[in-house]
Ligand binder design. Structure first.
Ligand code: NDP
Ligand code: 2IT
Length: 457
């Protein structure tokens, strides 16, 4: 028995409508669920069991949402209060897994959109990992090292009871890098007396994996290589704009240069940097990763580079997307590439948009890019190298072995090739060859939904 078109469309619309009613003002969550559910139509038409088992209604609600108070003392001995979150979204195919974001914009809707996306991304890697996300509205910018330490300790004082190496394994995301993971791990160990793989992205001297730092950026470029190969092109010689200058952006830039492409522009929350002959990776790393500084200081070292502060951006646009490039790698944050930006990219002849960040392209911009023949690599596939390598870190921790950089990098590349193949072939199976959004969402969803059905209500 198959379902008919109207029935499926009404089912999807009803679930999306209910999400809006039950979760008002969670706009990013509305956007993420709309993107996924809309692309599942061909699958729901073909396989009625998902409707019969109320899978959509179930999958859009987290298994557990934890919200907690985080109080900590600043350097002036004043007590500061933030909100902490951990949304354990889906454990059908494995332990809850996903990053922690520390940024003042964090709210429940943002953590839910990220947790929801994580379910399908993790499933698509081909590994057994469930989906979760967490974080806080704490702003690490301008805080002393002591303040970061005290915040992380207080955050873990509550989080520790909800996580564990066979239960829920957080990692980094915006505002959470090696320093924060170390402080969080130290406090977890004090509270539980356990030295285990409860967090990923750990330092190499206490259980971390080689290549985890590089993994999301490298993986994003490996994915782009696959997309280009499918249209008989190669990455060598391509001029690229990579937004952001954090973990994902930096290692995207490094890998692009290794492969003979040229990254000409990057950005941070204050402005855009353009360097016609190619950005210098080591200098960027020193400014952003080591010193947590401003991108602007790059122009003091390279006088032929140009910095445009955010205040000078044209209205409603992000300056970086008005710089001519063959490939755009949005790698900073959600909704950082809008319809105006898409029009600018197309006017300048962009070939591929490869999403390094989570949900960086608005729904309107995505539609416009695709309608105008731009290749599009969706985040759940293109940035899955980070979480996949986190799983490799967990595998090394539980078996007490350490793999070399080359071994991990090789596994990462194989995983990214596998993700592309799965997404590409799934799209083809459903009559939409080349539609990687549909391929990614259907392949990611199917594995989780089938596990949910098999495991009962
Ligand atoms: P980082 O904190 O290391 O870097 C984020 C970068 O983006 C910084 O340059 C930051 O600017 C900029 N940025 C952040 N928020 C904004 C904003 N609201 N407006 C403008 N610029 C902003 O984070 P990551 O590199 O780890 O994460 C980047 C993206 O990649 C996120 O969407 C994240 O969810 C996603 N991602 C990360 C993975 C990982 O392993 N880390 C894995 C998969 C996806 P500034 O330097 O001024 O703060
Ligand atoms: O969005 C993501 O995939 C991440 N921030 C990484 C998650 C992880 O568990 O490594």
């Amino acid at each position: 028995m198959t379902s008919n078109n109207n029935e499926v469309r009404q089912y999807i619309d009803k679930v999306l409508e209910d999400i809006k009613i039950k979760n008002p003002s969670e706009y990013e969550f509305h956007q993420a669920t709309k993107e996924v559910l809309s692309s599942l139509k061909p699958l729901l038409l073909k396989e009625p069991r998902y409707m019969q088992n109320s899978i959509l209604e179930r999958i859009v609600i987290p298994e557990r949402t934890i919200i907690f108070r985080v109080s900590w003392m600043d350097d002036n001995h004043k007590i500061q209060i933030n909100t902490g979150y951990r949304v354990q979204f889906n454990s059908s195919v494995g332990i809850y897994k996903g990053g922690l974001r520390f940024h003042p914009s964090v709210n429940l809707g943002i953590i839910k959109f990220l947790g929801f996306e994580q379910i399908f991304k993790n499933s698509l890697t081909g590994l057994s990992i469930g989906g979760a996300k967490g974080g806080s509205d704490f702003d690490p910018k301008g805080k002393s090292d002591g303040e970061i330490l005290r915040f992380c300790q207080s955050f873990m004082n509550e989080l520790y009871r909800h996580i564990g190496s066979t239960k829920d394994v957080p990692a980094g995301d915006i505002g959470v890098g090696g320093r924060e993971i170390a402080y969080l791990f130290g406090q977890y160990k004090k509270l539980t007396g356990l030295f285990d793989g409860v967090l990923t992205g750990k330092g190499l001297n206490y259980g971390g994996s080689m290549a985890r730092t590089e993994a999301t950026g490298y993986g994003s470029v490996y994915f782009a290589q696959n997309v280009l190969k499918s249209v008989n092109k190669e990455i060598k010689g391509m001029r690229c704009c990579v937004s952001g200058s954090g973990n994902v952006a930096l290692y995207t830039i490094q890998k692009l240069h290794t492969l003979g492409a040229v990254a000409v522009a990057c950005s941070d929350s204050k402005g855009t940097l353009y360097h016609e002959n190619g950005l210098d990776f080591e200098t960027l790393k020193e400014i952003k990763e080591v010193n947590h500084g401003d991108l602007k200081t790059y122009t003091e070292i390279f006088e032929d580079s140009i910095y445009t502060p955010k205040e000078h951006y044209a209205q409603d646009t992000h300056h970086i997307w008005s710089i001519p490039c063959d490939i755009a790698f949005p790698s900073a944050t959600q909704n950082e590439l809008n319809l105006h930006d898409a029009k600018n990219l197309i006017a300048n002849g962009v070939l591929l948009v490869n999403e390094g960040a989570n949900m960086p392209t608005t729904l309107e911009a995505t539609k416009y890019l695709i309608e105008n023949g731009v290749l599009f690599a969706p985040a759940k596939a293109a940035n899955a190298g980070g979480v996949a390598t986190s799983q490799l870190e967990m595998a090394q921790n539980s078996s007490m072995v350490s793999w070399s950089f080359e071994e991990v990098d090789k596994k990462l590349k194989d995983i990214m090739d596998g993700i592309f193949k799965r997404a590409y072939e799934t799209a083809k199976e459903f009559g939409c060859e080349g539609d990687l959004i549909m391929g990614t969402n259907i392949a990611g969803f199917k594995k989780v939904a089938d596990a949910m059905i098999r495991q009962g209500v």
